[in-house]
Design a protein around this ligand. Structure first.
Ligand code: IPM
Ligand code: MN
Length: 350
């Protein structure tokens, strides 16, 4: 029987509540394998208490896990940028989690913001590059604080980094349930250097994967199609910044942040899975937050570990629960946080 070392970062705000529900679900589906949970006390609370964001010892501890489940990090008391860059992005970069995989699936019975969407219209996955682009922090500020101030923020796009993410997208398009179709989303009409590299690499990889259909779409047009014609998408591959933005729109057409999960994946290393919605300070400690995004993250984590049966059971559990809930929004679900967890456990068992 396999034993997995699972790193758990419960984090701040509603993070601990939703992670608690995901672990409850994990417990109910993990009869075919063992899980050893290792807790990492990281996030705003730790930072405010000790000044530590991500000490080396803890980073090494994370490297030693088979997978990581993250709740959420952040707090209005911490200056924006610290936890984002020195914790979340540092883990993504240091563990070389170069794929940010964000499924955009509308589960059964989930109310939509877009009345023209049929339930099955929304079923695609965004493969967001996760270690390059504008997120690298390349650039500089000059004459700061003067009227002549200059700020340069450069997007870093390597051939290596572009090629590996595009290859991943093509492989993703062949997975069960996918339709062997990959769309490159970029802005090649304006970004003449980065867009040109992405377009050439995409064409090269496409030429070696002729069983997969391809399309191209500018990022602004992609936003229109998310609302107007989401069926045209199966797998989207895009850069870090565009991927960040369009996946929030993706979350909204799938039913909101309450159901949006994502994975920061290193296919040859340690991957980290998270609900993408954040800490929801207004709901902290009230038992009103929707845990389905965290439970969806758990499903992705199990798939990444190769525990497909357990992942399928979690998927069944999620699909059984959504139809019963009145809304995916916090405090409007018709159930408490832990009751939603119970619905999933129940559905996973059948
Ligand atoms: C996300 C978040 C992060 C990002 C922030 C918190 C750094 O918005 O996971 O999408 O921009 O990647
Ligand atoms: Mn984001």
């Amino acid at each position: 029987m396999s034993t997995y070392r699972l790193g758990v970062i419960r984090g701040d705000g509603t993070g601990p509540e939703v992670v608690g529900e995901a672990l409850k679900v994990l417990d109910s589906v993990s009869d075919g394998f063992d899980v050893r949970q290792v807790e990492f006390d990281l996030g705003a609370e730790r930072f405010l208490r000790t000044g530590d964001v991500l000490p080396d010892a803890e980073l090494d501890g994370l490297r030693g896990c088979d997978a990581i489940l993250l709740g959420a990090v952040g707090d209005p008391r911490v200056k924006p940028g610290i936890l984002e860059r020195d914790l979340l992005l540092k883990i993504r970069f240091e563990l070389d989690q170069y794929v940010n995989l964000r499924p955009v699936i509308r589960y059964p019975g989930v109310p939509t913001l877009v009345p023209s969407h049929a339930e099955s219209d929304v079923d695609f996955v965004v493969v967001r590059e996760n270690t390059e682009g504008l997120y690298v922090g390349a650039g500089g500020a000059f004459r700061k604080g003067t009227p002549q101030e200059v700020a340069i923020q450069a997007s870093v796009n390597s051939r290596f980094g572009t090629e590996r993410i595009v290859r991943y997208a093509f492989a993703e398009a062949r997975k069960p349930g996918r339709r062997r179709h990959v769309t490159l989303v970029h802005k090649t009409n304006v970004l003449n250097y980065a867009g040109d590299l992405w377009a050439r690499v995409f064409a090269e990889v496409a030429a070696k994967n002729t069983d997969v259909e391809t399309a191209y779409c500018h990022v602004d047009a992609a936003c229109i199609y998310f609302l107007d014609d989401p069926r045209r998408f199966d797998v989207i591959v895009t850069d870090n910044m565009f991927g960040d933005i369009i996946t929030d729109l993706g979350a909204m057409i799938q039913g909101g942040m309450g159901v949006a999960a994502g994975g920061n994946i290193n296919p040859d290393g340690v991957s980290m899975f998270e609900p993408i919605g954040g800490t929801a300070p207004d709901h902290t400690g009230k038992g009103t937050i929707n845990p389905l995004a965290a439970i969806g993250a758990l499903e992705m984590l199990l798939r990444q570990l190769g525990e497909a049966d357990a992942a399928e059971r979690v998927d069944r559990g999620i699909r059984a629960s959504t139809g019963k809930m009145t809304s995916m929004r916090a405090a409007e679900m018709g159930y408490s946080t832990s009751e939603v967890g119970d619905l999933v456990v129940e559905g996973a068992a059948t």
